[in-house]
Design a protein around this ligand. Structure first.
Ligand SMILES: [Zn+2]
Length: 237
């Protein structure tokens, strides 16, 4: 095999590795975004729960105040029973007291319901907060892992890129630009192996016996007549 063909094969290996690493380097930041996004969503639903809890507490306080007002009103109205002069007035005050009693009973029921809800929300909130803590810790770990991986990928990329460009300098500019043109046009694969098949390792189309013969004997890089990629004969060891 000619040194140039060997260099092309090496270059193809470097370029395939670079493509894989590039894809990984593009994918990892998306993973970081997804981790952050999931955390944000969890935090939003925790906030919703907190708001519900605050609203309930406020409602409860308001109702407790209502109850105090109703109690005071009842005491005052009951005192009036001693001041009334006629039976008619007496009955009217009694009726008023009855209405206040009913109002109080209704408020007390509402307070009970709000207290139950507050109790439930307190438990829910406690659970949600401890789940959130676990989630945050997990997200921190996941993020650290992804960042470490990203740093590794970027480090490897710069090494492989340097190796690739030093290998590329050993190829004639004409052959290199031809290789790079094919690489770009053919989905990142410019060099394909041919075994005893005999088919092109990239496009899987059969190679004519004569072309096969030339491939095995010639030291010049040759192209696949179907896909136009560089071919090399891979001796089945
Ligand atoms: Zn081909």
């Amino acid at each position: 095999m000619s040194p140039e063909l060997q260099a092309l094969i090496d270059l193809q290996e470097f370029d395939a590795r670079i493509a894989r690493l590039d894809a990984e380097a593009a994918r990892l930041p998306k993973q970081l975004d997804a981790i952050q996004q999931a955390l944000k969503e969890a935090s939003r639903s925790l906030d919703t729960l907190k708001t519900k809890f605050d609203v309930t507490r406020k409602d409860l306080r308001a109702k407790e105040k209502d109850l105090e007002v109703a109690s005071a009103k009842r005491t005052k109205t009951e005192a009036r029973l001693w001041e009334v002069k006629t039976n008619k007035e007496y009955s009217a005050v009694l009726l008023e007291i009855e209405e206040i009693k009913q109002e109080k009973a209704k408020t007390e029921e509402e307070i009970l319901a709000l207290m139950e809800m507050q109790e439930r929300l307190t438990a829910d909130l406690r659970d949600a907060e401890s789940r959130m803590k676990v989630r945050e810790a997990q997200a921190g770990e996941d993020e650290a892992k992804v960042r470490k991986k990203l740093a590794e990928v970027e480090g490897e990329l710069s090494i492989v890129r340097a190796e690739r460009s030093s290998r590329a300098r050993e190829i004639s500019p004409a052959l290199l630009s031809s290789y790079e043109r094919i690489l770009k046009a053919r989905g990142g694969v410019a060099v394909a192996a041919v075994g005893t098949g005999p088919i092109c390792g990239a496009c899987r189309v059969s190679i004519r016996p004569q072309a096969m013969q030339e491939l095995r004997t010639s030291s010049e890089p040759r192209l696949c007549e179907n896909c136009g990629r560089y071919l090399y004969w891979q001796d089945p060891a």
